[in-house]
Design a protein around this ligand. Structure first.
Ligand code: NAD
Ligand code: NA
Length: 397
C-alpha cells in the first residue's frame, strides 16, 4: 500500500510508518549530538507517544540513559487502516532504545483509568526495580472517564468570555481563514477542567505513593501553556486556560506532599508554542505559531519539540539554570515570551492577510512540522514505495 497524506482541517487522517521512524530518529540524533547529562534513571511518561511527551522520553533515554515506561492511547493496524502516528513513533522509539540496551516498556490504553495505574505500578514493582525517580505528565485528550464516578467528560475548545473571531491557517486547504470560537457553558468549562486539569495527575501520584514506588527525591513535571496576548482569548481566558490553572494549583498541592514525604518536587512547566497533534486543532493557534517561527528563526532562537524539552531537562529540571516565575512555574517558554519577540509577532499579526500569510509568516516551516508529525515531508523517505502493512502489523509497541 502506498500511503499519501490526507488532511481534514488541522487533523491528519493518514500517517506514514516509515516516516515516523525518521521523525523519531532525527530527535534521537539531536540528543546524541549534545552532551550527556546526569538525570533520572527510572522514568514514567504519561502521554509518551507524540509531541512533548515523546521528545521528553527521547531526551531522557538518549541523553541521560534513563529507563522509561511510556503510557499512551494509540491504535495499531486494523485492516487497511495503518495505525496512528503515535503507535509508529512508539515502535520506532522502542527499537532505537533496545538497540542501545535501554529498557523501554509501553502501556497502550487509557491513562485515566485505575486499571492502567494498577498495571503500571505492578510492572514497576515486579520488573522495573521497584521505584521511579520522575513522572512526566504530558497528556492531551478530548475525553476522560472519571474512574471514581464513572462519568465521561468531554473537553471543549471554547472561550470563557465572549465569541472570539480570528484568523487561523487551514493546513488542508492551505488558506488563512476566519474561525470563531464560541463561549463555553459552565458545564463545558467544568468538563474541560475534568479532562485537562490536574485531577488525574494527582490520582497518579496518589496511586504511585500508595504502591510504594516513589523514590527519595522523586520529581514530577506536568506540561502546560500560557501564551502571549494575541492568544489570550482562546487560550489563557479559554476553557483550556481554566484547565491549565487547575493543573498549576495541583502542582502546589503535590509539591507540598512530595516535599514532606520524599524530599521531592512537583512543577508545572510552560512550554513554547509548537505544532503538535493537539495544538494544530486549536483555532488561531496555527497562524500564531507560523508567525512566531518566523520571528524566532530570524533571531536564531527557534526550538523544535526536542530542543525545547532537552533544554528544560538539562538546564532546569536537572540543571543549574532553572527559569522559574513568581508562581513557581518552570519557563522554557521564556524565549517565546521575550518582549522583542512578542512585539515583532504582534506587528506581523496586524499585517497578516489571506494574501500575504505565506510570505510574512513561516508558513512553510509550520506546515512542514505539521506534516512531519505524521511521518510526511521528510526528504529522505520514499513516499511512492509500497508499505507492507501485513509485515508492519506484526510489530507491537
Ligand atoms: P500530543 O497530542 O502530541 O500528545 C498527547 C499524548 O497524550 C499522546 O501520547 C497521546 O497518546 C496521549 N493520550 C491522549 N489521551 C490519552 C489517554 N486517555 N490515555 C493515555 N494517553 C493518552 O500533544 P502535545 O502537544 O505534546 O501535548 C502534551 C502536553 O504539552 C499538553 O499538556 C499540552 O497542553 C502541553 N503543551 C503543548 C504545547 C504545544 O504548543 N503543542 C505548548 C505547551 C504545552
Ligand atoms: Na505528548
Amino acid at each position: 500500500m502506498v500511503i499519501k497524506p490526507r488532511l481534514k482541517g488541522g487533523l491528519a487522517l493518514t500517517n506514514h510508518p516509515i516516516g515516523a521512524k525518521e521523525f523519531v530518529k532525527r530527535q534521537i540524533d539531536y540528543v546524541k549530538s549534545q552532551d550527556k547529562y546526569e538525570g533520572p534513571k527510572k522514568v514514567l511518561i504519561i502521554g509518551s507517544s507524540s509531541g512533548y511527551g515523546l521528545a521528553t522520553r527521547i531526551s531522557l533515554a538518549f541523553g541521560a540513559g534513563a529507563e522509561t515506561i511510556g503510557v499512551a492511547f494509540e491504535k495499531g493496524v486494523e485492516g487497511k487502516r495503518a495505525g496512528s502516528a503515535g503507535w509508529w513513533n512508539t515502535i520506532a522509539f522502542n527499537e532505537a532504545a533496545k538497540k542501545e540496551g535501554l529498557v523501554s516498556k509501553n502501556f497502550i490504553g487509557d491513562a485515566f483509568s485505575m486499571e492502567m495505574k494498577d498495571d503500571v505500578i505492578k510492572f514497576i514493582k515486579e520488573e522495573f526495580g521497584g521505584k521511579i525517580d520522575l513522572l512526566i505528565y504530558s497528556l492531551a485528550s478530548a475525553v476522560r472517564t472519571d474512574p471514581i464516578d464513572g462519568v465521561t467528560y468531554r473537553s471543549a475548545l471554547k472561550s470563557t468570555t465572549k465569541d472570539i473571531t480570528g484568523p487561523t491557517i487551514n493546513f488542508e486547504k492551505e488558506v488563512m481563514e476566519e474561525t470563531t470560537m464560541g463561549v463555553a457553558t459552565p458545564d463545558e468549562i467544568k468538563s474541560t477542567v475534568k479532562v485537562m486539569g490536574g485531577e488525574d495527575w494527582k490520582l497518579w501520584i496518589e496511586a504511585l505513593d500508595k504502591g510504594g514506588v516513589l523514590s527519595e527525591g522523586f520529581k514530577t513535571v506536568a506540561y502546560s501553556y500560557l501564551g502571549p496576548k494575541v492568544t489570550y482569548g482562546i487560550y489563557k481566558e479559554g476553557t483550556i486556560g481554566a484547565a491549565k490553572r487547575d493543573l498549576e494549583h495541583t502542582s502546589d498541592v503535590l509539591n507540598d506532599f512530595l516535599k514532606e514525604k520524599y524530599n521531592g518536587e512537583a512543577y508545572v512547566s510552560l512550554s513554547k508554542a509548537l505544532m503538535t497533534k493537539a495544538s494544530a486543532v486549536i483555532p488561531i493557534f496555527p497562524l500564531y505559531a507560523a508567525l512566531l517561527y518566523k520571528v524566532m528563526k530570524e533571531k536564531g532562537i527557534h526550538e523544535g519539540t526536542i530542543e525545547q524539552k532537552h533544554r528544560l531537562l538539562t538546564q532546569m529540571v536537572y540543571g543549574n539554570n532553572p527559569v522559574i516565575d513568581e508562581e513557581r512555574r518552570l519557563r522554557p517558554d521564556n524565549w517565546e515570551m521575550r518582549e522583542d519577540v512578542q512585539a515583532e509577532v504582534e506587528a506581523l499579526w496586524d499585517k497578516v492577510t489571506p494574501d500575504n500569510f505565506k510570505e510574512i509568516s513561516d508558513y512553510a516551516g509550520a506546515r512542514e512540522e505539521f506534516m512531519q508529525l505524521n511521518g510526511f515531508d521528510f526528504d529522505n523517505v520514499d513516499y511512492d514505495a509500497d508499505v507492507d502493512l501485513d509485515e508492519l502489523a506484526k510489530l507491537k509497541p
